[in-house]
Design a protein around this ligand. Structure first.
Ligand code: HEM
Length: 72
């Protein structure tokens, strides 16, 4: 089962965290959990990150984490 600290947090680069600080903190567990479906929607349609879409395995890992109830 994926966890935020071990599996999800490392998916976010410093430039992602800086770019999205106006909306939420991608380095913070509670904030990513609160915005999980909005984050998933944008990485799944490839519109985020703005510079380079995630590979499908990363998108699937995020989905797995959300479906597991967003473990810390
Ligand atoms: C994994 C990394 C990222 C995720 C998950 C992400 C996710 C999102 C989400 C959910 C929104 C909608 C926020 C809202 O207004 O409620 C958004 C908007 C936006 N993001 Fe990102 N973002 C990421 C990286 C980036 C990067 C690297 C850039 C550019 C340097 C960027 C630029 C923007 C901009 C300009 C918007 C507002 C315009 C729009 O909605 O397309 N984001 N992003």
């Amino acid at each position: 089962m994926p966890s935020f600290t071990r599996d999800i947090r490392p998916l976010f680069r410093q430039e992602d965290i800086d770019a999205m600080a106006y909306a939420f903190d991608l380095a913070d567990y509670e904030e990513v959990k609160a915005h999980a479906e909005a984050i998933y929607a944008r990485v799944a349609d490839g519109s985020m990150p703005c510079d380079a879409a995630w590979p499908p395995e990363q998108v699937a890992l995020l989905r797995q984490w959300i479906d597991a109830g967003c473990p810390a």
